[in-house]
Design a protein around this ligand. Structure first.
Ligand SMILES: [Zn+2]
Length: 75
């Protein structure tokens, strides 16, 4: 009986920066490599809808600040 343990996680490319990402349970941001890329992608998406509303879109700096605020835990 051949028992092959395929413990090797699937590798995907981050849709945002195209870096190789391991598709694991630990990776909360999959298929993105990081929270930052995930937010950037959401930001890009939001930009589309904001453009319609005529509001300024979130830029990378704002996203970075947002992440920092979240990580510190203050509002
Ligand atoms: Zn990425």
């Amino acid at each position: 009986m051949t028992q092959r343990t395929t413990n090797r996680p699937l590798e995907v490319a981050c849709p945002q920066c195209h870096k190789k990402v391991l598709w694991t349970e630990d990776n909360l941001y999959r298929p993105f490599c990081s929270k930052r890329c995930k937010l950037l992608d959401l930001g890009a998406w939001a930009e589309e809808s904001h453009r319609i509303a005529g509001e300024p879109a979130m830029d990378e700096t704002e996203i970075d600040e947002m992440i920092l605020r979240q990580e510190r835990g203050d509002e």
